[in-house]
Design a protein around this ligand. Structure first.
Ligand code: 8YV
Length: 326
């Protein structure tokens, strides 16, 4: 009998077809957003689950699903997993790193540029029929080339942003990270390590790319925003909750920073209502990895992790590999 797996959200048919060669697959092609109790019911008898980042896998779910052996996330971030609880229950977690690095760095840079150059605001103005002609001072934005790019969280995506900024736009790149990078990587990214305060004080454009954890909750709040330049822009492509969105809305309204570009939100898909009313914020609906080749690669990697573990006992990108030897 084939092992049973659940794919928790709608996904590419070709990835379902690949999984169906190895498993009895239950799908959710209607893309119903199940609550955790509903997910638990769906997981009865399943050994694997294909998750997409929004499904909370914690002690409650694991206790209710004792036959579950692997949760494969189609996302590099895995803050939906309680990894300690999964390890304690002997359940493997896998994520989808690397395949989305450049695509997400591209979006981060696009958001930085749209924010600095007020592109969304200018487009809304034009579409509203308000454009009566060129003016010397309309939609004056911030310089990008030659400015200082600050990066908080210097993993693979942060390094991709640094390369784009330094090599493509002649930006001075500074970063802060839990640990300093090797000199060779710093040289390749043309990036200098600074303390968090200096990062906040010196960046013209600050991009957040750190993973979400309890310690990173509101890493950018009122105090941090107050340390930034009044001309600075802030971009969050990491996770909602890293920025205190209410404090950010206030800083944007009072113009203690100039503008923000947000791809992720606290409590998304809800967006803080104040952010929706402000002109100086560019809002995108969590599309960092949204290109066809990248989303396909992410889905295939999640599928290959399920096949790798349940069929060959060799997952590709395990998060808690101690489970393998237990
Ligand atoms: C995913 C992401 O599309 O990989 C991640 O961590 O943030 C995105 O690329 C998203 O998490 C899916 O929920």
């Amino acid at each position: 009998m084939l092992p049973k797996i659940l794919i928790a959200r709608a996904i590419f048919p070709e990835v379902i077809a690949k999984l169906a060669q190895h498993f009895e697959v239950t799908t959710n092609q209607d893309d119903v957003l199940w609550s955790q109790p509903e997910l638990i019911v769906k997981l009865a008898g399943m050994q694997g689950v294909f998750t997409t980042g929004g499904e909370r896998i914690d002690a409650t779910l694991l206790a209710a699903c004792p036959q579950l052996r692997i949760c494969a996330n189609m996302a590099v971030g895995y803050n939906n997993f309680d990894l300690d609880a999964m390890s304690a229950a002997g359940v493997l977690g896998t994520n989808a790193p690397d395949v989305l690095t450049d695509t997400t760095a591209d979006l981060g840079f696009a958001l930085l540029m749209a924010t600095a150059r007020r592109m969304a605001e200018a487009e809304r103005f034009l579409r509203a029929g308000l454009w009566s002609g060129w003016r010397f001072d309309s939609f004056i934005g911030a310089e990008i080339h030659g400015s200082t790019l600050g990066i908080l969280g210097m993993g693979r995506i942060g390094q991709g942003l640094a390369r784009r900024g330094a090599h493509g736009f002649g930006m001075k790149v500074i970063y802060h990270n839990r640990s300093r990078l090797d000199a060779a990587i710093e040289a390749d990214c043309r990036a200098s390590y600074v303390g968090k305060e200096e990062l906040l004080r010196s960046a013209d454009h600050l991009v957040l790319v750190l993973p979400y954890s309890a310690a990173a909750h509101h890493a950018i709040g009122a105090l941090e925003l107050a340390q930034m330049k009044p001309t600075a822009t802030l971009v969050n492509i990491a996770r909602g909750g890293i920025v205190d969105d209410a404090a950010l809305a206030q800083a944007l309204r009072k113009r203690t920073i100039a503008a923000a570009g947000l791809d992720v939100f606290e409590g998304e898909p809800k967006v803080h209502p104040d952010l929706l009313t402000l002109p100086n914020v560019v809002l995108t609906p969590h599309i960092g990895s949204a290109t066809l080749p990248t989303r396909l690669a992410m889905a295939n990697l999640a599928a290959d992790n399920l096949i790798g573990y349940l069929v060959h006992k060799k997952p590709l990108t395990p998060l808690n590999p101690a489970v393998l030897s237990a």
